[in-house]
Ligand binder design. Sequence first.
Ligand SMILES: [Zn+2]
Length: 256
Amino acid sequence: MFSLSRKTRKLYYEDVYLSECVATIVKVQGNAIELDRTVAYPEGGGQEADQGVIVLDDGREMRFVDARKMYGNALNMPNFPDIQVDGIIEHVIHESDVMLLRDAKPGSEVIVRIDRLRRAQLSLSHTASHLMYLGVCDVRPDAITGTIGCHIKPSGARFDFVVETRFAPDEVREVARIANAYVARGSEVKVYPHPDYLDARYWECEQRVIPCGGTHISSTTPIGPIQIQRKSLGRGKDRLSCEFRESMADPAWFHP
Ligand SMILES: [Zn+2]
């Protein structure tokens, strides 16, 4: 596989609360800009990317609408089937701001700043999705082995499963009961890297561990009540979606 010797330093793993950093422009290609370091979490593991602004050295701001990880190296570790380490991160510039890329010269310094509310919502949503997933582990372990995808948005998350038997309504209710019990207990959530690979990371709550490189919140409390729904995706495929309407409607848990 093609890989690059250069890599972007992932400050979002070194300090999960960092929302801004100084960086140096490495390359501009099309509508995207590569920096030597960034606080912007790129799309990965089903979690949508951060968005924000890149401030040029003359003070003008370019919005970025996506961040994507490229040219990583496969690690081939058990429990991390698809993980890629190292690689570069490109920030995709909003179409109305791309003309500013003419003045983005490699070697010059910029400031990268993410939309903190969006990051917090994604982190809450991602944490909630794991609680739903733990419920599925308990209620329908057969579905876990048939997990075929997930998508984590600020307002909700979903998992898709290949199943021989559909989720029955009482099974969906039991998954929701288990997920909400984690919230009610206000359990601590820990994230930490593999001792050898900063990019290979774990999420842990009540001694239950999931390999995951996404962003999360540190307690289950802010999630509030979780609503879970099942949807058929056609023959042999079920989707479980979770939402948390109370915490979305009133993000009092968010401290800018
Ligand atoms: Zn996660």
